[in-house]
Design a protein around this ligand. Structure first.
Ligand SMILES: [Zn+2]
Length: 80
């Protein structure tokens, strides 16, 4: 997975403040790519997450659908 850039905001989950990052990969790195209950992943090859390679990544569709819409991530906020 290739790191593209640090995004100009941080994510806050409970008391953890993490830099957000954009990643690129030829393989599907989305947390939901094997989840049959959600729709098909965006195939642009770009993934959203934090700047840590170990943290979960999301394709554009699942970032908007499941992270921004707040399904299971009630405590998630952005700063800056
Ligand atoms: Zn996805």
């Amino acid at each position: 997975m290739k790191f593209i850039k640090t995004l100009p905001f941080e994510s806050i989950l409970d008391k953890d403040v993490l830099d957000c990052g954009l990643w690129q990969s030829e393989t599907n790195e989305c947390e939901f790519h094997n989840d049959k209950k959600v729709g098909k992943c965006d195939d642009s090859g770009y993934y959203y997450g934090t700047t840590s390679e170990r943290e979960p990544k999301f394709c554009a569709r699942h970032f908007y659908e499941l992270v921004v819409n707040g399904n299971g991530t009630d405590n998630y906020k952005l700063s800056r």
